[in-house]
Each structure stands twice: as C-alpha cells, then as structure tokens.
Design a protein around this ligand. Structure first.
Ligand code: HEC
Length: 161
C-alpha cells in the first residue's frame, strides 16, 4: 500500500515536470533583445484606442529604408510602447536579424523578424506565446510584417496620428 502511494507521488511529480517543461516551451524566449537605443528611436506614429495610447518607433535608418522602398536593415527594432491611462503598461518589440527566419518552421515564419513582449522593467513576459504575434503580423508580409509602415512616407518629424 505504502509502495503504491509512493509510486503515485512519483507519477504526479513526473506529470508536474512535464507540465513545467511544456510551459517553458510555450513561453519560449527568442532572439529579441530589448533595444539598448530606445531613447534614440524615432517616434513616427501614435495610435489611440480608448484608454490605450501606443507610441510606435524605430531607427532613422529604417524610416529612410521604408521611404525609399528598400528592405529594413537587419538589426532594426520596431517598438510599440503601450500606455494605459497614461501609465507605461508594456513594450511590444519586433527585431530583424540575419537568418532568424530559420528558427521557426515555414508556417510560423515572419521573414527574419521575431517578436517579444517586455514588461515596464524590461523583463520578458514569459507567459506569452509569441507565435500569436507572428500569426497576426503574417498578414502584413508585403509590408515587412509591419502594420503602420504605410504611415512612414508621410512622417516628417511630428508623429502621425
Ligand atoms: C491580432 C493581431 C495582432 C497581434 C496578435 C499582435 N499584433 Fe502587433 N500590431 C497589430 C496592429 C493592428 C498594429 C498597429 C498598431 C495598432 O493598430 O494598435 C500592431 C503594431 C505592432 C508594432 C509596431 C510596428 C507595426 O507593425 O506597425 C509592434 C512592434 C508589434 N505590433 C509587436 C507585436 C508583438 C510583440 C506581439 C505579440 C506579443 C503583437 N504585436 C501581437 C496587430 C497585432
């Protein structure tokens, strides 16, 4: 009897480990790093929705590339700074890297772009499945996977609303 009880404890433990590993796989981190140059990024557009305000920014080089119809250079970050009722809530970050597409199978890929959600302290939200970011942004394949790139040609210093 005692033996059986011990075995079921072991089984429960193993199940727990499997769950934990499964959770880690779902909440994978990836290659995206929080941009060190956040303060230097150019805020080119603002999106407002109810109590949500999003400041969207990228490098000057990426803005020039989009304006000239060129591919965005590798190493570029796009950052969506998400405020709720005027308070910083989270950062959504896209980063493009050389050969990063190969990290994912074809169905999930968003070119060489990877996605990440960072909290205000710049730690990763480990319970987010960034496959969801990719699946929505996949619809923007012809625009570098960006939703607001079409605002960039009109940008000349004041964030477009
Ligand atoms: C259901 C669709 C959807 C999902 C899921 C989604 N996004 Fe977006 N994303 C958008 C839209 C639409 C915009 C344009 C801004 C807006 O309308 O709020 C956007 C804008 C952005 C931008 C600014 C650059 C651009 O594309 O214009 C970044 C960066 C970004 N998203 C990152 C992320 C990250 C990181 C995740 C996952 C944690 C994510 N997104 C999930 C739809 C989505």
């Amino acid at each position: 009897m005692k033996r059986v009880a011990r075995r079921s404890t072991l089984v429960a433990l193993a199940a727990g480990i499997v769950l934990l590993v499964g959770w880690q796989v779902r909440a994978e981190t990836n290659r995206v790093k929080f941009p060190e140059n956040l303060e230097q990024l150019v805020h080119y557009t603002t999106v407002r929705r109810g109590n949500v305000t999003e400041h969207i920014m990228t490098t000057r080089e990426a803005i020039e590339a989009v304006k000239n119809g060129q591919p965005v250079p590798r190493g570029t970050h796009f950052v969506l700074v998400d405020y709720r009722d005027g308070k910083l809530y989270r950062y959504f970050v896209m980063e493009k890297g050389d050969g990063w597409a190969a990290d994912y199978d074809e169905r999930r890929r968003t070119g060489d772009w990877q996605f990440q959600w960072f909290w205000p302290d710049r730690s990763v939200n480990v319970s987010e499945n960034t496959g969801r970011c990719q699946s929505c942004h996949q619809g923007r394949e012809n625009n570098e996977y960006l939703f607001t790139s079409n605002r960039i040609p009109d940008f000349s210093g004041t964030p477009i609303e």
